[in-house]
Design a protein around this ligand. Structure first.
Ligand code: FE
Length: 201
C-alpha cells in the first residue's frame, strides 16, 4: 500500500479554518436542515476541490479498519468535521447517523449503498452510488439515514464529513442483514486535533 501524502509543503490550514468559520455562520443563520445541507454542500465542495490542506496525520490508513479522525467540533456540538480514511477493500457496516451529514470525497472514490427499513424493520436496499473526488452526498433521518460505505478505489480513499452533532459521541446503530439494530458510539481514532488557530502568520 502506498502512503498517501501528496502534500509536501506545510498543509494550508487556513483553508480548514475558513471552512469551519463559514460553517459556523451557516448553523448560526439557518435553522432548517434543508438550508444547512444546501449551503453546507457548497462549502464542502469548495473545501475538497483543492487537496493542499489536510495534515498527513489525519490521512493515515489503518491496515484493517477504516479510520475516522476528528478535525474540529463546534463548541456547542452543533457540527463536527471528520476525515475518513479507507484502505483498499475497507467498508463500514450498514449504519445510521440520527443527525444530518455531508460526505465529500477528497481522494479516491467511495461506493455508497442506501437502505431504508420497512414497516417490519427489515432492510430494503435502495440506490447504489459511486462518489468520486470532488463529489458530495448527504444523509439525514429526513432524506435517508441508513447506508454502507465502501472504498471503491484500489488505493487509499479519503473523505471529509460534516455532521449535525459531535458524531463520535452520538448514540446510533448498525444493522444486521435482517434489519436488527445494534447500538454503537463510534468515537474517533485521534487524541489530538490539527491546530488551525495560530493565525500569527
Ligand atoms: Fe455514514
Amino acid at each position: 500500500m502506498t502512503l498517501h501524502a501528496p502534500v509536501t509543503a506545510a498543509p494550508n490550514l487556513r483553508r480548514l479554518h475558513a471552512f469551519v468559520a463559514a460553517f459556523g455562520d451557516v448553523v448560526d443563520s439557518e435553522a432548517e436542515e434543508t438550508a444547512i445541507l444546501s449551503t453546507g454542500r457548497t462549502l464542502l465542495q469548495d473545501l475538497i476541490a483543492v487537496d493542499d490542506w489536510l495534515p498527513s496525520d489525519y490521512a493515515q490508513p489503518d491496515p484493517v479498519h477504516y479510520r475516522q479522525y476528528l478535525l474540529h467540533c463546534d463548541s456547542r456540538e452543533r457540527f463536527s468535521v471528520v476525515s475518513f480514511v479507507w484502505g483498499p477493500g475497507q467498508a463500514t457496516p450498514v449504519h445510521d447517523h440520527t443527525v444530518w451529514g455531508l460526505v465529500g470525497v477528497l481522494r479516491g472514490a467511495e461506493r455508497v449503498e442506501s437502505f431504508r427499513r420497512d414497516a417490519d424493520g427489515h432492510l430494503v436496499a435502495g440506490e447504489v452510488e459511486i462518489l468520486r473526488a470532488g463529489q458530495v452526498d448527504a444523509v439525514s433521518p429526513t432524506i435517508g439515514d441508513i447506508h454502507r460505505v465502501t472504498n471503491a478505489d484500489a488505493d487509499v480513499s479519503v473523505s471529509l464529513h460534516v455532521y449535525g452533532g459531535n458524531i463520535g459521541a452520538v448514540r446510533r446503530a448498525t444493522y444486521a442483514t435482517d434489519g436488527t439494530p445494534k447500538t454503537f458510539i463510534s468515537g474517533y481514532a485521534n487524541a489530538t486535533l490539527p491546530n488551525f488557530w495560530d493565525r500569527s502568520k
